[in-house]
Design a protein around this ligand. Structure first.
Ligand code: LRH
Length: 458
């Protein structure tokens, strides 16, 4: 994406797009990191001369470098089964209360801490000099500089959310070498110009942004004031509010809410909901790419016929999703959907319910009042899901921009370049002036959603 940013200007142009496809090989699910690196370089060539470059990606995953800077193996996908059962064992040993008090992070089986515990004793980890999270790895290949950008570092469960520093004591107690982790860097800081050997047009500077995609997406939420919730809706639905300080209460820990670090010292207080992964994996199983047609037919299906808890860990790995959804319905005594349209309706009703639960809990646990729900990311295009989310939450939904992550990324770079000024509110004001959002008013009574929620027993 190439962004143009000025005091009254903000737009994005897509110059190159490439697939991110996992590869299962020798019993392990990997990222094809060199294909991604090639996509990045092709994209930067297609972009032509630009002022700066910012890198963001999904969280928690990493590559290991040896002392010469060479990559040790292909990064492992967070949906790989190597972490099965690891989180329970390690969290019990370290103490869930201590883990939460230090890191403020939700328990997800694939947090970096558990991936590293699963990799313990492997030759690659034993000889590694540096651990770089995915966007930091790409930035390293572009500049030759190692570092760890804080918004993504905060997703490792090895980062002290209050001190905004690596949690070295925790690393030691978890059997992880603290020396693996490079110095932290803040979004907006300059990393270095791209290496001349890459031959990229204009040799732009690489600038740290909210390198966790969700951190950039939250910058890209066109909200005014503070009484809003956001749903960064793509493969995952990240549902929460923006706070000044972490919420580290026992209730928050039990509800599995996370305190991820945001841009400008903010806290992204949110919950992971399984998201459109359920739909993407179903479509992969059906061998169909026609989402609009599926959604049209799902809209005609009766509401609430079958609901499931999208956060069921059974849905996490890749595989036959319609079969797993059917199984979950059977287990819960819900009617089993018999057509793709019925399955899609089940997914969307269930996601809307999960959005409702997370928005309500975020308010209760943080004390922040929510008047509007912003849906950003690919899910903002899904009119049925946006409407159902408005209905379920009993609140207006403002949908868009779809490319919130890219907007958040370029806005932080533009501020460093001096093209725009101000805090997150000022950056969001520019978004509101330049980008279209679609408003969905809540329809119907809350009672039907409450009843569906009770049926689910969550
Ligand atoms: C979304 C995301 C999310 C993480 C998950 C691993 O892309 O970064 O915030 O929890 O991927």
């Amino acid at each position: 994406m190439v962004g143009r940013v000025g005091p009254d200007v903000l737009d994005l142009t897509e110059v190159h797009r490439f697939a991110n496809e996992a590869v299962r090989l020798a019993g392990t699910l990997h990222w094809d990191i060199l294909a991604l690196a090639r996509g990045v370089l092709d994209g930067l060539r297609a972009a032509g001369p630009v002022t700066s470059v910012g890198v963001d990606s999904w969280a928690v995953d990493y590559g290991l470098l040896d002392a010469s800077g060479a990559l040790l193996g292909n990064p492992v996908h967070y949906r790989d089964s190597r972490t099965d059962g690891v989180a329970e064992r390690l969290a019990t040993r370290l103490g869930p209360e201590r883990l939460y008090a230090t890191t403020g992070l939700q328990q997800l089986p694939f947090n970096t801490i558990y991936q590293l515990a699963a990799a313990r004793g492997t030759p690659q980890l034993d000889v590694a000099r540096w651990l770089l999270l995915i966007p930091d790895l790409v930035a390293y290949w572009l500049t030759g500089e190692v570092g760890a950008e804080v918004t993504n570092a905060s997703t490792t469960q090895l980062y002290d959310v209050r001190r905004r520093a690596w949690a070295t004591d925790l690393m030691v107690d978890a059997g992880i070498r603290p020396e693996l982790f490079p110095p932290l860097r803040e979004p907006g800081s300059r990393i270095a110009p791209v290496l001349p050997a890459l031959g990229l047009p204009g040799e732009p500077e690489v600038v740290a942004v909210g390198s966790h995609d969700t951190a950039s997406a939250v910058v890209g939420v066109p909200a005014s004031g503070e009484n809003f919730a956001y749903i960064s809706c793509g493969t995952w639905s990240l549902v929460g509010v923006e706070l000044d300080a972490p919420v580290l209460t026992a209730a928050s820990r039990r509800a599995n809410f996370t305190n991820e670090s945001g841009v400008d010292g903010s806290i992204r207080y949110l919950r992971n909901v399984m998201g459109l992964w359920l739909l993407q994996e179903s479509m992969r199983a059906w061998g169909t790419a026609d989402l609009p047609e599926l959604l049209r037919r799902a809209a005609d299906e009766p509401a609430f016929r079958s609901v499931v808890d999208p956060d069921d860990p059974a849905f996490l790995p890749p595989g036959d999703m319609p079969a797993r959804l059917a199984q979950a319905c059977r287990r819960a005594g819900e009617p089993v959907p018999t057509t793709p349209a019925g399955t899609v309706r089940c997914i969307l009703d269930s996601l809307a319910l999960a959005h409702r639960r997370a928005v309500r809990q975020a308010q209760q646990l943080s004390g922040r009042q929510v008047e509007t729900v912003h849906v950003v990311g690919g899910g903002a295009r899904n009119a049925l899901l946006c409407q159902l989310t408005a209905d379920a939450c009993g609140l207006p939904v403002l949908a868009g921009p779809v490319e919130a992550t890219a907007f958040g990324n370029v806005l932080v770079q533009a501020r460093t370049a001096g093209a725009v000024e101000g805090d997150l509110a000022a950056l969001r004001a520019l978004l509101r002036e330049t980008q279209q959002v679609v408003r969905y008013e809540p329809r119907g009574a809350q009672a039907a959603w409450r009843a569906a929620e009770e049926r689910l027993g969550v």
